[in-house]
Write a protein that binds this ligand. Sequence first.
Ligand SMILES: [Zn+2]
Length: 250
Amino acid sequence: MISEMTWQELRDAAAEDYGVILAVGSNEQHGPHLPLATDTLIALAIAKGVAERTRTLVATPLYYGYKSKPLSGGGQGFPGTISLRGATLVSLVRDLICEFIRSGFKKITVLNHHMENTNFTYEGIDLAMREVNDPSVRVISIDNPYATIDQKAIADMFPEDFPGWDVEHAAITETSLMLALYPELVRRDRIADDQAERHPPYDMIPAPPDTIPASGVLYKATFGTLEKGKNLYEMVVEGISAAIRREFGD
Ligand SMILES: [Zn+2]
C-alpha cells in the first residue's frame, strides 16, 4: 500500500520499475446485507492480490464513483448512495494518473469495480496521457475485472442463465466475494433475493418505480457462497495479474 510507504521507499520502488494499481469503486447502496463501500472494498482486495503476484504497488483507492444508475445500481434514490459528477471523476482520475507519472511510475493499472464509472475513468486516463505525453508510460484500463476471466468458468458458477453484469449488483458475485473477503461486514441474516418488476433495455429519467427493486438487490443474493467467492477471487486476481505480466512484462 502506497499509503503505508515513505516517500523514499516509493521513489526507489518507482525507480525499480514497479507498477501501480488504482482501485476505483463507489459509495453505493448494496442491498440490506452489504456495506456501502462494497465496490471499493472488493476492488481493493483484488488489487492487493495482484500486488502479491506482480511487481505492483497498491495506490490509495477511490472510494467514490459516478452516479448510480437505476438499472445497474438502484439509482440515486437510496440514502447512502453518495456519488460524484462525471466531470469530478474524470478530474480525479486525470490528476492521480499525472501524479503517479510525476512520481516515476510508468506501468499503471486502473481497476474499476463500478459499472457507471466506465468511460469516465478512461477519459481521465486519456487526458492525463495527452497532458504528460511520455511514450514510455503505459496504462491498463480495466472496466470490468471479471472480463479477464474465462467466461466458461463464470457460467459454471451461475446456477441459471447468467443474468448479465448490470444486474449483478449486491447479488451472487458481490455477496460471494464479500463472504470470502470481508465476512465480518456481511449481514447474513438479511441476505434475500430481489429483482425489478421489469428491466427495460433503455434508461428512463426519472426511473419508473417498477424498474428499481425496493431492497436494492438486483438479482439473487442467496446464491452467493463463500466457496464461489474464493474461487472467483482466485480467478480474477490471476486474470488481472496475467494481463499485467503480458502487457508490462512483470
Ligand atoms: Zn457493486
